[in-house]
Design a protein around this ligand. Sequence first.
Ligand code: SF4
Ligand code: SF4
Ligand code: SF4
Length: 296
Amino acid sequence: MIIAERFFHNGGWVEIFVLSFYSGFLAYKMSNQKNTAKWRMYSWLLFSIVFYGQLTLGLLGFEKFLLTGSLHVPVPAIILAGPIYRFEFAIMPILFLSTIILSGPSWCSHLCYFGGIDNVFSNSKKYPIQIPIKNKIKWKYSFLAIIIAFTILLRIVNIPPIYAAGAGIALGIIGLLIMAILSSKRKKMIHCTVFCPIGTLVMYLKFINPFRIKINSSCTSCMLCAKHCKYDALNKEDIESGKPGLTCTYCGDCITTCKFSSIEYKFPGLTAINSRLLYIIITVSLHATFLGLGMI
Ligand code: SF4
Ligand code: SF4
Ligand code: SF4
């Protein structure tokens, strides 16, 4: 599966060495709390660039860059819609579930090729303040139900794969428009927090992993962290309840902003600092591993 091995003998070992060095460097940079948000954005963007670079090369006929040697059009929601439409459990859902087991919701804060774009749009400098999202959970359930029902319909009427792929691409274009228009204006990741059905699944699936984010008793309810949560998971009620809302993806941006060290990672048996470092090491390792593979 390692791409360099396809080009020259033992290339895989060279790639593993380079990626090990890169992941050590990235984990070191992210371990400094002040830099975590910045390096998370850089590395997530790099992931998207490599992914879409592979897609472009695949479209141009360079098949060695593709996972199986043939092109699978990568569309948002394919992790959910793909298995429903094809009635089979393919590689993408397996990769996705592996990340949930190992590091909870990191797919939606560090690893997804589409979410990195929403992250960039939500950083727009054009608009000054973040605007909270009303009724986001209701919107999330509605979009999830619509997409599942639509995919089942495609399956029942046996729509040819080319049209199903077209529907997926249309969904991706709608997603990009949401990012460009709403995420940039509100400085929140509206696509990921409201629209994407995979994000809605992650909202619950993440609890099969033991990592958590908690707010401890030193919190003064200053609400500074809420201004830095692009997933809208730190409203007043969330902070009062001692934990972020369901849409939290453990991105860690809020931890950098709290002056009282009141918000922290938790892992059974570990201190908050070590829990955070463990989370970074696992997530960065997954990121580097995926970078080395043919992903499409
Ligand atoms: S919410 Fe959807 S688009 Fe956003 S990061 Fe998660 S899977 Fe990707
Ligand atoms: S967690 Fe920190 S930044 Fe957030 S409200 Fe509490 S004290 Fe303020
Ligand atoms: S609550 Fe903190 S860790 Fe969770 S999504 Fe918001 S900023 Fe990220």
